[in-house]
Ligand binder design. Structure first.
Ligand code: GYE
Length: 330
């Protein structure tokens, strides 16, 4: 699929001509709009928040990679609020940054601000999470995981584990924040996979906002309302880690009385898996920084980039977690 229409390329070429002209004419002086003409790319990045170990590792990856690539990074933490992200993107447009990248907290409601960036001639890169905009010309590319696949891998593992179950297997699900692509997609993939065995039933499913506190609180409610819980599927490690506290407090043994499946595979999650408190993790890599910087350089230069770049990922059992933990970077 083509990502870069002719008018976009024209704007990019014109921008670089102006940039080069500007450098020749007035050295390092500021253009007045905030974007410097010293040849350095300025990237405005709007991060979701700091809700999980995954997010912290992602932020570190982006900051370190920007420094290594010689890209000037403007960074904003939206504290899981869409309105803050829209504000940050508008600021970046006003400052005339060269490229905007963001990780949308929810999928919907971005068309207006994306159109504003497009009209200002600033290319946008989606990273980690995507948007549901029908107009694909509003952004250049989406770099991130296949969340449906992560959910499906989690579900397929469970189907295999429970293939000899003769009665109902009661599953509870801790979802990510409402409306987020990884919450919608992991739910979808998991649900599709477990449909292979009618004994596997999701008896409760609630958002825990991808945080430990959310996971703990919702798991407490699940345990109170449901005397028989066999499996927990948590959309990330942090909610699973919060749920561990609730499960232990209820006098149950995590990983034995309740099978626990999560997504991410950050260090704390991998430790819980190695300790037998979790049973399976579908990996989701937060180390998107280097690829993002590469893409920023390319779209700034007006080069074509693929419309979708998928992160490579794997899955872990307890044995595999024990092996991988000593070299785990995040
Ligand atoms: O799984 C979760 C984080 O968007 C892939 O967001 C990301 C998710 C990740 O809060 O831990």
């Amino acid at each position: 699929m083509r990502t870069q229409s002719a008018p976009w390329r024209a704007v990019a070429v014109l921008a670089s001509v102006l940039l080069v002209g500007g450098v020749a004419a007035c050295g390092n002086s500021d253009t007045g709009g905030g974007s410097k003409d010293d040849g350095k790319i300025t990237l405005g990045f709007s991060q979701v928040g700091a809700e999980s170990g995954w997010r912290t590792a992602n932020t570190t990856s982006i900051k370190e990679s920007a420094a290594a690539a010689g890209i000037e990074l403007k960074f904003d933490d939206a504290q899981q609020k869409q309105e803050n992200q829209i504000k940050a993107i508008r600021n970046y447009i006003q400052q005339k940054v060269d490229v905007i990248a963001f990780s949308p907290v929810v999928e919907s409601g971005w068309d207006t601000v994306l159109k504003e960036a497009k009209d200002a001639g600033i290319p946008v890169i989606l990273t980690d999470r995507s948007v549901d905009s029908a107009d694909k010309s509003l952004y250049k590319t989406f770099l991130g995981s296949d969340f449906v696949k992560e959910g499906r891998l989690a579900g397929e593992w469970l189907v295999e584990q429970k293939k000899t179950a003769s009665g109902p297997v009661n599953i509870v699900e801790l979802q990510g924040n409402t409306g987020a692509a990884p919450a919608n997609d992991r739910k979808k993939g998991f649900g599709e996979a477990i449909a292979a065995n009618p004994n596997l039933k999701i008896i409760a499913s609630q958002p825990g906002d991808f945080t430990r506190a959310g996971g703990k609180q919702v798991m407490e409610q699940f345990l109170k309302a449901n005397p028989k819980i066999d499996v927990l599927f948590a959309h990330n490690d942090d909610m699973g880690l919060g749920a561990l506290e609730a499960i232990t407090a209820a006098g149950k043994v995590p990983g034995k009385d309740i099978t626990i499946i999560t997504v991410d595979a950050v260090k704390d999650g991998m430790q819980a898996l190695a300790d037998g408190k979790f049973n399976f993790i579908a990996e989701c890599s937060p180390l998107l920084g280097p690829q993002l910087m590469d893409l920023a350089k390319k779209v700034h230069a007006g080069e074509e980039v693929p419309a979708r770049i998928e992160t490579e990922e794997t899955t872990f059992t307890t044995e595999q977690a024990k092996e991988a933990l000593p070299n785990r970077k995040y």
